[in-house]
Design a protein around this ligand. Structure first.
Ligand code: SF4
Length: 308
């Protein structure tokens, strides 16, 4: 296991940081897994949360590090302030608690790419001990195909972002000009693994209508950048048509410090509706949109520093 972390190339940054000996790369965390929160989460797309909620496990650190991140408290430098240290065994216990005690519809691993080998081991352990609900991999989309292959057969539903088509935006806001090509390759691998969407029907462990297999691609509309949003939606639709769901998100919240002027306000209804209308005109039928009620700081979860 420590091999993966000694010269870390788990994500496309390929820092080669020795995380096994507490040297940090861009993701900002050592090989030890830190979890900021593990609890039912009601604010994912309907076939992910359902009525009972998704069993969300939020990991500390992030290899993408967008300047506008609304979870910046844990994605950057949260170590020591947030998080409970876990190994694969205790992570598996957490997954089983969310399933058995909290009756979560799924286990939703939020930004775990920099911990992928440990997360994969934990899923395998939990499966052997009776985990039956779907496992959701909820990520930035900035992932290497090699690392995603560690999850083949373990993850049921992929929930990646597709943030930008424009390398200049990806460079400016995430210091990752290769994001568009990396995310496209990652999406191909995710779809190869899980294929067309499927949903629970008549299962007693998850609600009817919960996604049990498939890909939902999220795109967060940023203020002033509707044209790139349209490019993202066109790219996904032209490649996958109705084989993946597209979730167009309006919840951008300018909570980070030092944002450039164009990111210092929420997305207004006109620019969001313009992107949604574009998707509808294009022919996107399998998708999700957000109403205005999701916008605002209240959408940002409370990081309580320990799993509940
Ligand atoms: S997971 Fe972290 S240390 Fe490893 S390559 Fe990515 S950013 Fe660098």
């Amino acid at each position: 296991m420590s091999d993966f972390y000694e010269r870390c190339s788990l994500c496309p940054r390929r820092c080669l940081a020795d995380r096994a000996h507490a040297r940090l790369g861009v993701c900002g965390v050592p090989a030890d897994v830190y979890v900021a929160r593990a609890a039912l989460h009601m604010w994912e797309e309907p076939p992910i949360s359902g009525e009972r909620g998704s069993g969300a496990v939020f990991f500390v650190g992030c290899s993408l590090g967008c300047i506008f991140c609304q979870n910046g408290a844990i994605s950057r430098g949260g170590l020591g302030k947030f998080g409970v240290r876990m190994d694969a065994e205790s992570l598996a216990d957490t997954f089983l608690r969310l399933q058995n005690r909290d009756r979560a519809n799924n286990i939703n691993l939020v930004t775990a790419s920099h911990y992928a080998p440990t997360a994969a081991e934990a899923i395998a352990i939990a499966r052997r001990r009776g985990l039956t609900v779907p496992v959701v991999w909820n990520s930035s989309g900035y992932e290497s195909v090699e690392t995603l292959r560690l999850l083949d057969g373990l993850v049921d539903v992929y929930l990646p972002d597709f943030k930008y088509c424009d390398p200049n935006l990806a460079s400016l806001y995430s210091r990752a000009p290769d994001y568009p090509e990396v995310a496209a390759l990652a999406l191909e691998e995710m779809f190869r693994q899980v294929g067309e969407p499927r949903f629970a029907h008549g299962r007693d462990d998850v609600e009817d209508g919960i996604m049990t297999r498939g890909v939902v691609v999220r795109h967060l509309v940023l203020p002033t950048h509707g044209d790139d949003s349209k490019r993202v939606i066109r790219k996904i639709y032209e490649r996958f048509n109705s084989s993946v769901y597209v979730s167009i998100m309006s919840q951008y919240t300018p909570v980070a410090d030092g944002l450039p002027d164009e990111l210092s306000r929420p997305v207004d209804a006109r620019e969001y509706d313009d992107v949604v209308d574009f998707a509808v005109d294009l022919g996107v039928e399998r998708g999700f949109i957000q109403d205005g009620g999701s916008v605002g700081e209240s959408f940002v979860p409370e990081w309580d520093a320990r799993p509940q």
